[in-house]
Design a protein. Sequence first.
Length: 483
Amino acid sequence: MTATAEAAVYRLGEFHSFDARGERFLYLVPAGAIFQVDEAVGALIDCLSGSESPHDQLIENLISRGLEADDAKQFVTEMVHANVIVTGRNVPEPVQTPPADFPLQTLVLNLTNQCNLSCQYCYEFGADKVATPEGKPKFMDFETAKASVDFLLQQSAGRRSIHVTFFGGETLMNFPLLKQVVTYASQQAADNGRHIDFSLTTNATLLTPAIIEFLSANRIGVTVSMDGTKEMHDKLRVFANGRGSYDIIAPKVRELIQNHRTRPIAARVTLTSGVTDVVKIFRHLKQDLGFHEVGFAPVTTSPNQLYAINQTGMNGVLEQFHVLADEYLEFALRGEAHGFSNVSDTLAELCQGVNKSHPCGAGLGLLGVGPSGDIAPCHRFVDSDVHALGHISTGINREKQADFLKRGHIDSKYDCHTCWARPLCAGGCHHEAFVRYGDTGHPNLHYCDWIRDWTNTCLEIYGAIAARNPGFLEQFAERKASS
Ligand code: SF4
Ligand code: SF4
């Protein structure tokens, strides 16, 4: 023990305390790490609750609670290293801004900005759209796609694994290009000694046996946008003439799930006012249709839209999330997959010790490319002149990228600085922030209590699994969050 340590004054570090099936844990906020509390740590927390303590006094206090003097000193040193307690000198460094040349990992290619559905809530076509597609190509051509793949390979130097995600509009309206890109990118990646994988999001209306065969043969991950039972789905996911799309897609989805044998098939549900029965939607998509995973996201919109979910609705969504979360835990303790991907995605982040400088990879390891070749922070910003970060023919505009990243950095979000959920939330989606507040760097303060409640629920699930069936968590070491 050094003289410096003996002069130290200790206080509790920044953490969120939670219980999981009778075990107590700390979520250490500056590190984004989880720490199980045993009797000694509990005693230490009690000693420092609400006050600071000089070194000698803290050691005395711990001795009076049953520790030997040498053990108490050693223990205090360990707890300082773990950031459970801190002194004025060892306050952890804030999260650093990643460099602007952070290597790219995922490129989202919006193969078209056209869609054969007219979903009223669509962020691309609806009232809150940020895109300005006027005068730009409606479909991406092969030259632009090829340049995009070359850009990805060049900008991802140092990464062995890279990803291409296909998006729209409706992605499959440009399926011939998708096939060309898969062939070209696979060859280029192989020539460069890289591993590449592909995924797409679709409304499923255009799936055919031949397309399914191609997707399966090329191990292309598929996420289907689908909102539940026929009654729920057809409320807003309609063709231009107002006819619902459920009857068209349900048989195609069944066929996809049955015949795409190389990757699990996921459903992504957009919750809107009146379509908030999460448990019923989950049961239908998982059990009746057979999706492997189902994930939910409340619609991104300004609060005055008719389909926006109000506070009461969001509280109801949270209650139903809890029902599925409880089920998830029971499945996990038996070593079984449940399929509620909102839990799996957060468990993956917790297992990987994620501590975010930014809410997501947009503008960092992930970029979107629109049909015109405009580069955007992510798929939701493509075709938007205001948000363009360059063009695939001329490369990325580093100044605009740096500005986007600076505004979106957690350090710029004053309201988040005292929030324990910031290692995972970091202020929330840039696109939602723009739609709600007109600034991609604004924290999404309309859902903080919701986010903290849900994060706490996932922490409890993590803690219970870690204590009782830790092997279950191994699958999350590499998993990426579903988008
Ligand atoms: S947006 Fe809200 S929940 Fe998210 S980090 Fe900021 S204060 Fe916390
Ligand atoms: S969280 Fe929002 S900003 Fe980030 S990638 Fe998703 S849609 Fe884009």
